[in-house]
Structures are given as structure tokens and as C-alpha cells.
Design a protein around this ligand. Structure first.
Ligand SMILES: Cc1ncc(COP(=O)(O)O)c(C=O)c1O
Length: 329
């Protein structure tokens, strides 16, 4: 199964900035506590710029930008966006001028991701809004300004979540299959946080291409179940098109599964479940999570364990997608 994914991915060169494959290991405390087998794929350890899921997407996206002879990048996100930190660093390391359009006020003191954005020399444009449409409009205006200056900008929508970015998570899915082949540990369920949806879309595309029979659950961090499932499906469809694979959506519709029970009041709004999950992972597993993404995803996993939705004969994989720089906000 993993060979087939490798063949699909082989058509697309990438920059290999991520240190791969990321390790997989058992979460000993959780597994003992709930008498089951919970594993963690450590995508917080992708290496580049403090790690996390976004560098897998950037491996493909920046390769595309360089192939198109672009000399600058424009993207956007929140003031403390992990995506923007990764893009700023990866762009700088590839000698591209990076423009970040960030939602929120320009704070007096830069911390965490914002501090790193500045350190790597990104051009930061603050827009005091929480309206994603306005943020995108300002970003596209920035693209036009650069073109007027004779530059060749490459625009990346928030989170790098499009078909090219999703290739990075087909690659992650291939690693999961290879891990299973080598260890004999077959997973029945995969959990991870789902925001701009490219991570989940790449994993689902990997599932569809390989015929893997388990369930991938995206724990929502910003939208309702219906909205998020729609968002994931659009990227899965685009990704299959990019790979030239014909597969009717009615066949795979049900494989896009999202859960909004752990979202709380919305994006970047802390929840008690996430706070408890962060504390448990830090104190019992030696792993740092964040409040925006992985804390909520782990809260979902723990709640499913509490409710007995995972049985003792299953192997379950939690993907740690990074983001723990947030703890230094
Ligand atoms: C740490 C972390 N985890 C998970 C996600 C969600 O990934 P995606 O936006 O591809 O859904 C993000 C996105 O910003 C993230 O920064």
C-alpha cells in the first residue's frame, strides 16, 4: 500500500526541509490508564523551525514557488500563527522575501511565533481584524503591490491548505503505513487537530489511495462539523485531481469525519478539556501540547477513551502536529 503512495508522490519534487520519518511511540501513561494501545506520531519533531505539521506542506509548496521562479511569498494568519512562523523561516532559508499579513494589533512586545517571525526577517503587515475575507483581500493587495515593483510573488492561502500542501500529509500517511509494515502494529483509528484542513485532507487522500480501512477523526479547532467536513472534502477532491485519480465523492464521502465537541467557544478560545490534556501530557508523557490545536485534539482523544469508544484490542494513533511554541506567548 505504501509503495503505491510513494509512486503518486514521486511525480512531485519537494524540498525535504522536514526531518522524516517522524518517530512513533507508545503513550505509556494513557495506554496503561485506559487499558489500551495509544501511540503518538511526533510531527512536533519535524525539526525545521521548532517543528510541526506545516513544514511538510511547505516542502511541496516552496518547491512549487521555486519551480515557478518566484522571488517572494505572501501569506496570512493570526498574530501567533504557527503557519506564518514556518513560512517565514522556510522562505528566508530559501532566499525568498516573505510578507506576512497578520490578524490583530501590533503588540508592544513580540513573543513566541511573532518574535520568531521578526527574528527571521519577515515583512510583517498587521491588520486589526478577525475577518478572514478582509485578511485575504489585504494579502492579495500585497501580491499586486509586489508585482507592480517588478517582483514575482507566490501567494499561499492560510495554513498552506490546498492540493499541493496536502501532498505533505499523503507523505505522512505513507510513513504511517511503513511503520505498520515494519512493526506489525496496525492502527484502527487516527486522531489529530483540524484547522485549515490540509493536514486531514492529505491523510484522507492517503487513506483513499491506499485503501486503508481505519477511521481518521479530525478534531475541529475553528469550525462546526458540517463546515469543516465540507472544507476537507474540497481539498481531498482537488488533491485527487492533482494526482489524476478518478474517484467519485459518493464512494469516499463517509471517510471525512470531523468532531466539533472540543472546540469550545471557537478558534484560540481556551477550553478546560485542552488545559487538562496539556497538563496530563506534560506531567505524565513528557510531551508539550498547545492550547489552540493539539490540546483540543488530545482532549477529544481522552474523552473518547473516557467514554469507552476505544477498545483494548485496538491500536490508536494520535498525531502531534506541533504548535507548542504557543506556550511561550
Ligand atoms: C500545531 C497545529 N496543529 C494542527 C493544525 C491544523 O492543521 P490544518 O490547518 O492543516 O488543519 C495547525 C494549523 O495551523 C497547527 O498549527
Amino acid at each position: 500500500m505504501s509503495k503505491l503512495l510513494k509512486e503518486h508522490l514521486g511525480q512531485f519534487p519537494n524540498l525535504s526541509m522536514s526531518i522524516l520519518p517522524t518517530p512513533v511511540h507508545k503513550l505509556e501513561f494513557l495506554s496503561r490508564k485506559y487499558n489500551c494501545n495509544i501511540y503518538c506520531k511526533r510531527d512536533d519533531l519535524t525539526g525545521f523551525a521548532f517543528g510541526g505539521n506545516k513544514i511538510r506542506k511547505l516542502d511541496y509548496l516552496l518547491m512549487d514557488a521555486l519551480n515557478k521562479k518566484c522571488d517572494s511569498i505572501v501569506t496570512n494568519g493570526s498574530n501567533q500563527s504557527n503557519w506564518c512562523r514556518m513560512t517565514a523561516t522556510a522562505g528566508a532559508a530559501n532566499m525568498l522575501e516573505v510578507h506576512l499579513v497578520l490578524a490583530g494589533e501590533n503588540p508592544d512586545k513580540y513573543t513566541a511565533n511573532l518574535l520568531l517571525d521578526e527574528l527571521v526577517g519577515a515583512n510583517i503587515h498587521h491588520v486589526n481584524t478577525d475577518d478572514d475575507t478582509l485578511l485575504e483581500k489585504v494579502s492579495l493587495e500585497q501580491v499586486e503591490k509586489l508585482k507592480e515593483q517588478g517582483r514575482r510573488p507566490y501567494y499561499m492561502s492560510v495554513g498552506g491548505s490546498n492540493s499541493i500542501g496536502a501532498l505533505g500529509y499523503i507523505r505522512a500517511f505513507q510513513e504511517i503505513l511503513e511503520y505498520s509494515n515494519e512493526s506489525g502494529i496496525e492502527f484502527s483509528k487516527i486522531y489529530m487537530g483540524s484547522g485549515s484542513a490540509g493536514t486531514q485532507a492529505g491523510l484522507v487522500a492517503g487513506q483513499l489511495l491506499s485503501g486503508w480501512g481505519g477511521v481518521i477523526t479530525g478534531i475541529n479547532v475553528s469550525r462546526s462539523k458540517i463546515e469543516q467536513e465540507e472544507k476537507v472534502k474540497i481539498i481531498v477532491e482537488d488533491t485527487l485531481r492533482l494526482l489524476n485519480v478518478q474517484m467519485d465523492q459518493s464512494i469516499w464521502n463517509k471517510q471525512v469525519v470531523n468532531n466539533d465537541n472540543y472546540l469550545g467557544e471557537g478558534y484560540r478560545k481556551n477550553t478546560e478539556g485542552a488545559r487538562q490534556a496539556i497538563e496530563l501530557f506534560a506531567r505524565k508523557e513528557g510531551i508539550f501540547l498547545d492550547e489552540v490545536y493539539t490540546g483540543k485534539a488530545a482532549a477529544g482523544l481522552i474523552d473518547h477513551l473516557e467514554k469507552g469508544l476505544i477498545s483494548s484490542d485496538e491500536n490508536v494513533l494520535f498525531i502531534h502536529t506541533g504548535g507548542n511554541v504557543q506556550l511561550f506567548e
